[in-house]
Design a protein around this ligand. Structure first.
Ligand code: NAD
Length: 451
């Protein structure tokens, strides 16, 4: 564990040399990262296949492609973002000019989960580099092959004093969290998020927490039911449901329930065939612990479709479950797997009320063609982010900051938000010496009448 201390020390010394303050340096490092990812594309895809049975298409679409787009967007805009921003100054400070400078924090720690093991390391790292920080990365031990290729890409292309990967399990995480960092970016579960926040508080380290929770998906009676079913089946069973923003449960309007279910089953068959175990495109559960957890959740309600599993292959079929209540165990925790429970509603008011008494979700999806109702849902429910008439895709754009609220996290990133997250905003007022208004100086006797 002394090695960790020593590494942080070396990174801090490197940071203090001011190398990372140079915008050209940052852009060059982002370009190096981009080339390294492109060069190692096949190895990354293979690692994703080995860890989660992700198809090459899904691996590219949800991991490599997103990361490359993010690098491209940030390189294009970085010179502009890093310029001090001139802002207005109140007349009382005449003659002055005011600026906001973005400065790097120093040495950052990035802790990532296993479900999008490449993207969720790289996207924060891009933010950290762009803002001029040194970074220590801790990938998840549950996706060891991706962890290994990340470690190789970083050590082959960057000095350890600038970016380093530390692999290992919880013990390593605990040791890292004992140390003082200048910023911590954590993606993972709510429970571990609390541990990270507590550890950060000991050093008053600022943090971003990208957490999870139960993300509702509501389909109203005036939705385009067939298209809704298609987009929900895609979003739910992407990565076999192991997606932080996956629709966790469905609220279906009574009038379209049967039609929706018929269509959802049609699309599961169309996407993954009659036997998804044989599909090249259907991922696996990450490990036996999560497999057993999910197998237990299959006991709730009535299975309408799917429900079968294969322990040896860590396979759980795309499953739809009906007759669920909020008392069932499947509604007590984030599902994080390919099981879609259904609740039914008659009035939108009921759904808004029920969702609002639960922890604020990371994502919310609402399907309806009624603009007024869309606005109601957006304004009356607090959630991290989401989509109207789609699922998941709000995170695949650099123009929208991505993050949670309440129990689903704090802070956000992607695009400009990543640069801002990893930068301290230093406010500076530059005063002229031409005039010096004496009102503010004591003695104040009678000056109050001049205010
Ligand atoms: P996790 O919280 O178990 O693990 C995340 C990281 O924390 C891993 O690197 C792990 O090694 C470390 N960790 C685990 N236990 C620890 C402990 N006691 N002390 C210190 N560190 C510890 O999460 P996970 O199972 O890898 O990922 C699933 C969770 O992450 C889900 O809740 C999901 O919603 C959430 N998630 C959120 C986002 C997002 O962007 N908001 C993205 C992906 C996943």
């Amino acid at each position: 564990m002394n090695e960790i201390k020593e590494l942080i020390d070396r990174q801090r010394k490197y940071f203090e040399r001011g190398i990372t303050l140079d915008i050209n340096f940052r852009i060059n490092m982002l370009k190096v990262l981009k080339s390294a990812i492109i060069e190692n594309e096949k190895l990354i895809l293979r690692a994703l296949k080995e860890d989660l049975n992700k198809s090459d298409f899904e691996g590219y679409e949800t991991e490599i492609g997103i990361v490359l787009d993010e690098i491209g967007y940030i390189i294009k805009n970085l010179r502009y973002w890093t310029k001090p921003k001139r802002v207005k100054t109140p007349i009382t400070q005449f003659i002055s000019k005011s600026y906001i400078y973005s400065e790097p924090y120093g040495v950052t720690l990035i802790i990532a989960p296993w479900n999008y093991p490449f993207q969720l390391v790289m996207a924060p790292l891009i933010g950290s580099i762009s803002a001029g920080n040194c970074s220590i990365i801790k990938p998840s031990e549950y996706s060891p092959n991706t962890s290994k290729i990340i470690s190789k890409i970083i050590s082959d292309n960057f000095e350890e004093e600038f970016i380093a990967v530390i692999e290992g399990g919880i013990e390593v995480n605990k040791a890292l969290l004992e140390e003082k960092f200048d910023y911590i970016f954590f993606t993972g579960s709510v429970n571990v998020g609390k541990i990270v926040m507590e550890a950060a508080s000991k050093h008053l380290t600022p943090i971003t927490l990208e957490l999870g929770g139960k993300s509702p998906c509501i389909v109203d009676e005036d939705a385009d039911v067939e298209l809704a079913a298609k987009r929900i089946v895609w979003g739910k069973f992407l990565n076999a449901g192991q997606t932080c923003v996956a629709p966790d449960y469905l609220y279906l309007h009574k009038n379209i329930k049967d039609d929706f279910i018929k269509n959802a089953i049609k699309f599961i068959k169309e996407f993954f065939g009659e036997n998804p175990l044989k599909s090249e495109d259907y991922p696996r559960i990450v490990n036996i612990k999560h497999f057993n957890r999910l197998k237990n959740l299959l006991k709730d309600g009535d299975v309408l479709y799917g429900g079968d599993f294969n322990e040896e292959k860590l396979y759980i079929a795309p499953t739809i479950i009906d007759n669920i209540t909020w008392e069932d165990s499947i509604m007590q925790e984030e599902i994080f797997g390919p099981i879609l429970p259904i609740l039914m509603f008659e009035k939108l008011d009921e759904v808004i009320k029920i969702v609002n008494i639960r922890p604020k979700p990371l994502a919310l999806y609402y399907f309806s063609n009624n603009k007024e109702k869309q606005e109601r849902v957006i304004r009356e429910i607090s959630f991290g982010g989401g989509c109207i008439n789609d699922t998941i895709v709000h995170l695949a754009t650099p123009y929208l900051p991505f993050g949670g609220v309440g129990n689903s996290g704090m802070g956000n990133y992607h695009g400009k938000a990543s640069f801002d997250t990893f930068s301290h905003k230093k406010s500076v007022l530059k005063k002229s010496n031409l005039i010096d208004i004496s009102l503010r100086y004591p003695p104040y006797k009678n000056k109050i009448n001049l205010l």
